[in-house]
Design a protein around this ligand. Structure first.
Ligand code: SF4
Length: 423
């Protein structure tokens, strides 16, 4: 949206009081995210100046457009997530017309990859980019509102993604992070078999200058042997996998309508670790799902102890009306959810520390992205942007550069080290 507006001559500002148009790109998939979105919208609406236009865009509005307009007085425009590329039309309509009532723009059909108005669909931070390969999801996870918001999976055409990767290569990016609600489903709707493996294969050939290609959000059951082969045999593709498992007890998984074959998870992780001894594994779990007994939760703890993930993210179950789990309600008390969260995170902290300690004395390439207080911060292949840890060194390392660091310290989440200089 920012790119489309900039191309049309709009300039951005980070001070709301200076803006003619205020746009909030909302999140709406769990309760706390919804409330945060409402909070920002209400604050902007309360301080709105004469002539300013306030637009709510994104997932919250796609799902709850009328409620957003009702709860936030002063909203001028409502734009859903499926047609974000119409932002300029919405802005212009609001600026040049009279709209006593909010203007709703909520077409149902997603046009991902087919009509993106020439926008480089990458989120860029420094020399790292997120590239969206598909949007929407066709999985049946009972707790999840995303298919209700986004619709089914729509993959972007392979050529569009490869062209985008080439542009990012020309811009000097070091890293591409491939994202989608489920990256392993890439290409299914386009009739491809093993679409993600095919995409990776072509991408490595098209952009040999990109140092790191990272895969996020793999769905259990769909990490194929071919995909493992492609990752393991190509040094550009990082030995890193984020595979949200959500739970480890088959009964909980069945109630979640998720793949419940825990043996498959064991076998696949073993295969991957054999093919890639340096594999960094990330996952996420939900605690307090309806009906989760102490025994089921204990099975999850045992599983975490056994697998020894590098990173674990944990969420408290958030009841979402309209999802398949609605009939199950939200029977696990909040205190129990929090207590399970604390136990799981305390266990994982010990494991993360141990995993980090195993890197002492080793040298890792680090992409430097920040500085402050005489320190420089970067990420190694084990750290996806924003969610994983950091590698910290003393002094001012050149930002945007990928440089070797010898690891000399390990904490639960982060590593510290010294720059390796050529003698
Ligand atoms: S795979 Fe992810 S996005 Fe898709 S329904 Fe399941 S939890 Fe939601």
């Amino acid at each position: 949206m920012a790119q489309i507006l900039a191309t049309a001559g709009y300039q951005s500002t980070d001070q709301p009081s200076k803006a003619r148009v205020l746009i909030v790109n909302t999140c709406g998939f769990i309760g706390p995210a919804k409330e945060e979105s409402f909070g920002v919208l209400q604050e902007l609406a309360a301080n709105k100046q004469a002539g300013q236009i306030l637009i709510a865009a994104g997932c919250l509005t796609q799902r709850y457009g009328a409620e957003v307009a009702h709860r936030v007085h002063g909203i001028d425009g409502i734009l859903g997530t499926r047609r974000w590329m119409d932002i300029l039309d919405v802005v212009e309509a609001l600026r040049h017309g009279q709209h006593p009532e909010p203007l709703y723009h909520l077409p149902d059909v997603a046009t991902v990859g087919k009509d993106e108005r020439g926008v480089l669909r990458a989120g860029i931070q420094g020399n790292s980019a997120f590239v969206k390969i598909a949007d929407g999801c066709r999985r049946p996870c009972a707790f999840c509102a995303i298919p209700l918001i986004k619709g089914t999976t729509v993959s972007r055409p392979l050529k569009v993604i490869i062209d985008e990767a080439r542009q990012l290569g020309d811009m000097g990016m070091h890293e591409i992070n491939l994202i989608a609600q489920d990256t392993t489903d890439y290409g299914y709707d386009l009739g491809m078999k093993d679409g993600l493996a095919r995409l990776l294969d072509q991408m490595t050939k098209a952009v040999p200058e990109i140092d790191w290609i990272r895969i996020m959000y793999a769905y259990p059951g769909y990490v194929t042997d071919r995909l493992i082969d492609v990752i393991a045999s190509n040094p550009q593709i990082l030995p890193y996998l984020d595979m949200p498992l959500q739970h480890a007890h088959p009964d909980t998984l069945r109630r979640m309508k998720r793949p419940a074959n825990v043996d498959w998870v064991h076998r696949t992780l073993e295969k991957m670790r054999t093919a890639m001894p340096d594999l960094a594994l990330r996952t996420t779990f939900i605690v307090g799902y309806p009906g989760e007994t102490e025994g089921e939760f204990q099975a999850l703890l045992d599983f975490v102890k056994e697998i020894r993930f590098d990173r674990v993210g944990t969420f408290l179950f958030s009841f979402e009306p309209g999802t398949a789990s609605q009939p199950l309600g939200d029977p696990v008390p909040h205190e129990v959810k929090e207590e399970r969260y604390d136990r799981l995170m305390a266990l994982q902290q010990e494991i993360s520390l141990e995993r980090n300690q195993s890197f002492m004395g080793k040298t890792l390439d680090v992409l430097f992205e920040g500085q402050g207080d005489g320190l420089s911060m970067g990420r190694s292949y084990r750290d996806a942007p924003e969610i994983d840890g950091l590698v910290i060194v003393e002094g001012n390392a050149p930002l945007g550069e990928l440089l070797p660091v010898r690891i000399t310290g390990a904490m639960a989440y982060d590593l510290s080290g010294v720059m390796v200089t050529n003698m």
